[in-house]
Design a binder for this molecule. Sequence first.
Ligand SMILES: [Zn+2]
Length: 271
Amino acid sequence: MKLKNTIIIFGMALLSFSCAENPFTGKKTMALVPNSQLFPTAFAQYDQFLTENKVVTGTKDAEMITRVGQRIAVAAERWLNANGHQGYLKDYKWEYNLVDDKTVNAWCMPGGKIVFYTGILPIAKGETGVAAIMGHEVAHALANHGQQRMSAAYLQQGVALAGNIAIKDEQSRNAFNQYYGIGSQVGVMLPFSRAHETEADKIGLYLMAVAGYNPDEAAELWKRMKANSGGQAPPEILSTHPSNDSRIANLKALAPQAKAEAKKFGVTSFR
Ligand SMILES: [Zn+2]
């Protein structure tokens, strides 16, 4: 791992260390870089990615990605407001893009910048499947999983990171991308931990249900993901853990809870 080479260190005097609370679990999480500094970096990264890839516009699929994204964002806002976290999304600038790429992947960068690859659409098999994936990826971003992963790696490397992350050259950009799951360009993607995946599954299920999408579809989606991997290297969106089977079982078990959560928001029928 060439992490040391890939991180530019700005000033060594102060370690800007803060703890953020994950609103979905109430747990304190490590956040070396505050959102106010991380988000602009992510936004620049996202714009860069869009210029380097083929963005699909004006098609039914592209419109669907935007529609689902907006509904999931509204659901996130409603859920957070109802649970005493007003203002949590104030620095978010939601954006949803479909990119023409065979890779089976989708991701959400810090601050709500989302990309779906066309390669994942046949497995999503329609709008509800897209909502399950969208909910999951947005959940990683809301819970700051990428940031925690990045912070943990910095600490592990003994890197004092003061104030900012600089994304100036290709190597450092690639490092950033690794931590946020933007795998296809980089070739290597660090998997989220088992705990983060399970957390994102649960939060994602709630979000899709509050947005009016049937949470029963999430387990079906991951069954198709499993079938798609065909015993070979799994799609990038599937990290090696948790196992597909335990994930599917977990999603099935949680679906009634997600429906009950949606009911609190007046959502009782699902598309
Ligand atoms: Zn995930």
